[in-house]
Design a protein around this ligand. Structure first.
Ligand SMILES: Cc1cc2nc3c(=O)[nH]c(=O)nc-3n(C[C@H](O)[C@H](O)[C@H](O)COP(=O)(O)OP(=O)(O)OC[C@H]3O[C@@H](n4cnc5c(N)ncnc54)[C@H](O)[C@@H]3O)c2cc1C
Length: 537
């Protein structure tokens, strides 16, 4: 439970709210608590050089102007702009800085003469390290640092097994989550009731020395170019930024939520919410999504129940990362999987490049990878298929794929991305069994039967009939000619033969497990329970 600060106890004259991945002015834990405990509250957002300068950009080739493209930076900038307007409308101010956050926040806190800094918690290992340094620097200056749970329903130790250990299996975690959740955890923080404590830029900022520059620095937002980034195609994608964008998207999704369980696996259908990027940057509050969905689920709406389940997966992976931070630093959850010998060298690099660019010769995989490159989004079903293809068909280290997704996904979230990759590569907790290998053709026939999604992203094969579009190499020369395709010229030959790749993968994983590959495929390996046939997403 977050610490509750008494309304009457305005124990600080002035406080600073440091916004990070929570770009909204409503239902915001840190802002709410700051407003209740300070007579005056200022807000700040830092475009953190420690993060931005390390971003590789999303361009396949370096740009001649030296800038990088990254849809997320553009999304954040637009959301920060909207947030600043919103806070000003409420009588407040949002200072915006471009600096190294762990240096800037203590400096700013001193310059603004605040007694406390408030922020929402971020349990990613690098964020924890940064916050520990900020805490130390603030403490040296006699300034308090308060952090709050905000971006999940349950964090850290809040949902534990009866023996007070963290859950590592989803289903019992979900059961415990659902048993614990109630109105208290789902209700919004009523920021607006206390908004009178928001303040504009104080006089003090006009001073010299450490205060110099602050008076003007709050006037203009940095441009995308000043941050080192070039404009992307974000405005042409249907991902409106800011809290208004999030609210509009949620409203549209809520109209179709009762079909979510039936539509969410089909990439050509508008099934999912596409809200991941808003959850990532906090332009929507998890409570404002979970509360109405949970309410519907309690009334027996199976679409809403399935969607709530997905939000629980998010909490599951967040708590997992907080208990096992090594998974976010390149380690398999099950250590034995770190002994797998993945392909390496030039050929492996060429396979990886083909996967990244959507040139594997498997149309569904290629459509998925091109969707990621052109929009920054990839459908959940396709994330599973593409990830499985990388490690189990191409025999490449899942960490390479994890890094590629981290670079390109608008909704990149360390906990969920790592969880998803470790699930697909079988190295994670409660993962896909090592001997279960997605067949990319069967997946395609099942989830994009008419090839609608494939045709959207792989126009080279669009003229093939539905039954052949999933595996163009099965078409006869005449059928290929009729579709205007020469394999190897207009569209690649498949990089690998799935049946052979599957055998190789079983052997690769079998070595790790000290056991022979199970034969036949579905048979139970010696001493192991029958695999559960669980399709998740
Ligand atoms: C290899 C792989 C990598 C992934 N990387 C990420 C990532 O970086 N960031 C991310 O948010 N999700 C990730 N996911 C989970 C999931 O694919 C996305 O959350 C989902 O596709 C986002 O689309 P949406 O917002 O339309 O989701 P919806 O289907 O509308 O779901 C709503 C929200 O629930 C959460 N959610 C849904 N499925 C999952 C899941 N399996 N695990 C955790 N949370 C989930 C997300 O916050 C999502 O926005 C990954 C999955 C895999 C298999």
């Amino acid at each position: 439970m977050p610490p509750i600060l008494l309304a009457v106890d305005k124990r600080y004259a002035r406080g600073l709210v440091w916004l990070r991945r929570d770009l909204r002015a409503h239902d915001h834990a840190a802002l709410y608590h700051a407003l209740r405990s300070c007579q005056e509250v200022l807000c700040v957002f830092v475009f953190d050089r420690a993060i931005l300068d390390a971003l590789p950009g999303q361009d396949l080739q370096p740009r001649p102007d030296g800038l990088r493209s990254d849809r997320r930076v553009e999304f954040i900038l637009a959301s920060v702009q909207a947030l600043r307007e919103r806070l000003r409308g409420m009588g407040g101010e949002l200072l915006v800085r471009h600096a190294v956050a762990q240096e800037e926040i203590p400096k700013l806190a001193r310059a603004l003469q605040v007694q406390a800094v408030f922020a929402n918690r971020d349990d990613e290992p690098q964020a924890l390290e940064r916050d520990a340094q900020v805490l130390g620097a603030l403490a040296n200056a006699g300034i308090s640092f308060h952090t709050f749970k905000d971006h999940c329903i349950f964090e850290r130790d809040e949902v534990m097994t009866q023996s007070r250990t963290p859950y590592t299996v989803f289903t019992p975690y979900k059961r415990a989550w659902l048993a614990k959740v109630d109105d208290f955890y789902l209700k919004s923080y009523p920021v607006h009731h206390h908004a009178q404590a928001l303040m504009r830029m104080p006089e003090v900022a006009a001073g010299g020395g450490e205060l110099a520059g602050l008076a003007t620095a709050h006037e203009a937002l940095p441009t995308l170019q000043a941050l080192g980034f070039a404009p992307t195609n974000l405005p042409s994608l249907q991902i409106p930024a800011g809290t208004e964008g999030a609210a509009a998207m949620f409203e549209r999704f809520f109209e179709r939520i009762d079909r979510y369980d039936k539509t969410r696996d089909y990439p050509a259908v508008r099934g999912p919410s596409y809200l991941g990027v808003h959850l990532r940057f906090g332009t929507v509050s998890i409570r404002e999504l979970a509360a109405p969905a949970h309410q519907l689920a309690l009334q027996g709406n199976s679409g809403a129940a399935t969607w709530v389940s997905e939000l629980i997966w998010r909490d599951f992976y967040l708590q997992l990362l907080s208990h096992h931070p090594q998974v976010g630093q390149g380690k398999s959850f099950k250590a034995v999987y770190d002994r797998i010998h993945w392909h390496q060298g030039k050929h492996a690099d060429a396979l990886f490049a083909a996967w990244c660019e959507g040139r594997t010769g498997y149309p569904l995989v290629d459509a998925a990878m091109r969707q990621l490159l052109t929009t920054g989004y990839m459908h959940n079903r396709l994330r599973m298929v593409a990830a499985s293809f990388l490690c189990k068909d191409l025999g490449l280290d899942w960490r390479r794929g994890e890094a590629w997704f981290a670079q390109h996904l608008n909704d990149f979230e360390l906990a969920s991305n790592n969880g998803g990759w470790q699930w697909a590569s079988s190295s994670g907790c409660d993962a896909q069994p090592w001997f279960r290998i997605f067949n990319p053709v069967t997946q395609s026939e099942r989830f994009d039967a008419e090839g609608k999604f494939i045709r959207r992203y792989v126009p080279e094969v669009a003229a093939l009939p539905d039954k052949l579009i999933h595996a163009p190499w099965r078409a006869s020369p005449l059928e290929l000619e009729a579709a205007g395709i020469r394999l190897g010229e207009h569209y690649p030959q498949p990089l690998v033969d799935h049946a052979q790749a599957r055998e190789a993968s079983l052997a690769r994983y079998g070595v790790v497990r000290g056991t022979e590959a199970p034969e036949p495929f579905a048979a139970k390996p010696k001493g192991q329970k029958s695999p559960r046939r669980r399709v998740r997403g």
